[in-house]
Design a binder for this molecule. Structure first.
Ligand SMILES: Cc1ncc(COP(=O)(O)O)c(C=O)c1O
Length: 402
C-alpha cells in the first residue's frame, strides 16, 4: 500500500502512484481501477432498466474481475465452454447469461445444454448438432441485418461477407426448424460491430431488427420473448472522441425498442476498457525511437488495427510535450509499434509510461511471442492494491512441454 503525498506530480491510479505500483510489481504490468468498473456497470444499469445486461467475458476474463462483475448482479455473455465455465465459477447467474457463439464445437454445445443457458446460435446448420444434447427450452438465432459498423474494418461484423449470423431468409428457416422440433420459446440475437458512438446507427439497428422480428413472428406464428441487441458501445481512445452519453443512449434504445420482449445487451469494452492501464518502462532511447518493455505481445491492438492508445508519462503527467517519438516494443516484428510521431515530453531510460484505456481486449489478447511472458495484473481499490494474477515465470513457460 502506498500513501501519496498531497503534492505528488505522479500519475495516480485510484489513490495510488502509478510509478510506485510499477516499482512494487515490475513492468509491464496490467493495472485495473475497481471504482471505474463499478461506475460503468452502474451507468449501464441506470441507462438500461429492465434489461438483462450480460458482460462479454471476451473483453477481459481475469477471474477476480469476473467475480467482481458477477457480484454486481449482471449476467455473462460467453462464447465457448471455457468462458461458460469461468462465468459459472465466478458466480454469474447463468439464468441471466447467454452463450453466443460462432463455429462452436460439440463440447461448447453440450456445456450450454448442461447449464441451461440461453443459446444464440450463429447458423441453422448448428441446430441439429445441438439437438444431440437434448431440446432446449428456448432458442435464439443470430441475424446479420445486412449492414454493420465498427471503428476499424476488423471489428465490423455485419453486412455482406461477414462470417457472423444469418440473412433473414435462412434465419426464418432456422426458426421454422426449431418450431418443428418442438421448441416453443424464442429469442433473437444481433451484434454488428464494435467501438460505435453513433446513436443514429443504434436506432437504425434496433428498428431493423424489430422489422425482421415482426416478419418472422407473423410468418411462423411465434413470439420472441428475448431480443439480444449485442453491444458495440464505444469508449474514447483518442483525442476528439467523446464518451457516449449512456443515459441518452439508453433513452434512444428505449424509444426505438417497442417490442414487448425482454431486452438483452452484451457490453464488454464499456465495462472494463477505461479501468485498465498498462505500466511500461522505457528501456531504450534510440534517437526518435523509444523502446518499451511492453510489446505487441502485451497489447496487440495497435499492431492489429493501428489502434490509438493514450501514452502518459507517469512520472510527470503534466510535463510539456516537446518531442515527437516512435513508441515501440522489444519484439522482432516491424508491427511491434505502438505509436508513430507521438507528441510526448522528453523521455529517458527508466521512465514509466501509462498506456491508458487498456482494460478491454488487452490481456485477453496477449501472447507469449518472442520470449514475452504474460504480465502480472493488479487491482486498485482507492488506496489499496491487490495482485490478481502473478507474472508468468520461465518455469511457467516450460510447464507442460515434454
Ligand atoms: C457477440 C458479441 N457480443 C458482445 C461483444 C462485446 O462487444 P463490446 O466489447 O464492443 O461491448 C462482442 C465483441 O466482439 C461480440 O462479438
Amino acid at each position: 500500500m502506498y500513501f501519496i503525498p498531497w503534492d505528488t506530480m505522479e500519475l495516480q491510479i485510484g489513490k495510488l502512484s502509478a510509478v510506485a505500483i510499477a516499482k512494487k510489481y515490475g513492468t509491464p504490468l496490467y493495472v485495473y481501477d475497481k471504482q471505474i468498473i463499478l461506475q460503468k456497470i452502474q451507468d449501464l444499469k441506470d441507462a438500461f432498466p429492465n434489461t438483462n445486461i450480460c458482460y462479454a467475458i471476451k473483453a477481459n476474463a481475469n477471474f477476480t474481475l469476473l467475480k467482481l462483475i458477477a457480484q454486481q448482479g449482471v449476467g455473462a455473455d460467453c462464447c465457448n465452454v471455457v468462458e461458460m465455465t469461468l462465468a459459472k465459477e465466478a458466480g454469474f447467474d447463468m439464468s441471466k447469461s447467454v452463450f453466443t457463439t460462432v463455429n462452436p464445437t460439440n463440447k461448447d454445445l453440450e456445456k450450454a445444454m448442461q447449464l441451461g443457458i440461453l443459446i444464440n446460435l450463429d447458423d441453422i446448420s448448428i441446430f441439429p448438432r445441438l439437438l444431440q444434447y437434448g431440446t432446449p427450452q428456448v432458442i435464439s438465432f443470430r441475424v446479420n441485418p445486412g449492414f454493420g459498423k465498427g471503428k476499424f474494418n476488423e471489428v465490423n461484423v455485419g453486412g455482406e461477407g461477414s462470417k457472423f449470423g444469418m440473412d433473414e431468409e435462412t434465419l426464418s428457416k432456422a426458426y421454422a426448424l426449431a418450431k418443428e422440433s418442438g421448441i416453443k420459446r424464442f429469442g433473437l440475437h444481433v451484434h454488428t460491430g464494435c467501438i460505435i458512438f453513433d446513436e443514429e446507427y443504434f436506432q437504425k439497428l434496433v428498428r431493423k431488427v424489430l422489422e425482421i422480428a415482426a416478419r418472422i413472428e407473423t410468418s411462423l406464428d411465434i413470439r420472441f420473448e428475448w431480443i439480444d441487441l449485442g453491444s458495440g458501445f464505444g469508449v474514447p481512445y483518442e483525442p476528439g472522441e467523446s464518451p457516449i452519453d449512456m443515459h441518452h443512449l439508453g433513452k434512444v434504445f428505449r424509444q426505438a425498442f417497442t417490442h414487448p420482449a425482454k431486452l438483452i445487451i452484451e457490453p464488454g469494452r464499456y465495462i472494463v476498457a477505461q479501468s485498465g492501464t498498462i505500466l511500461t518502462e522505457v528501456t531504450t532511447v534510440k534517437g526518435k525511437f523509444i523502446g518499451l518493455d511492453a510489446s505487441m505481445a502485451t497489447l496487440i491492438r495497435p499492431a492489429l488495427y493501428d489502434a490509438y492508445h493514450p501514452f502518459i508519462l507517469a512520472n510527470d503527467p503534466e510535463k510539456e510535450n516537446t518531442e515527437s517519438y516512435n513508441l515501440v516494443g522489444p519484439v522482432c516484428e516491424t508491427t511491434d509499434f505502438f505509436a508513430r510521431d507521438r507528441a510526448m515530453p522528453k523521455l529517458q531510460e527508466g521512465n514509466i509510461l501509462a498506456i491508458q484505456v487498456s482494460g478491454a481486449y488487452g490481456f485477453v489478447m496477449a501472447s507469449r511471442y518472442n520470449g514475452q511472458s504474460f504480465p502480472a495484473e493488479v487491482l486498485i481499490d482507492n488506496e489499496k492494491d491487490f495482485l490478481i494474477r502473478k507474472k508468468e515465470t520461465t518455469e511457467d513457460l516450460l510447464r507442460g512441454q515434454l
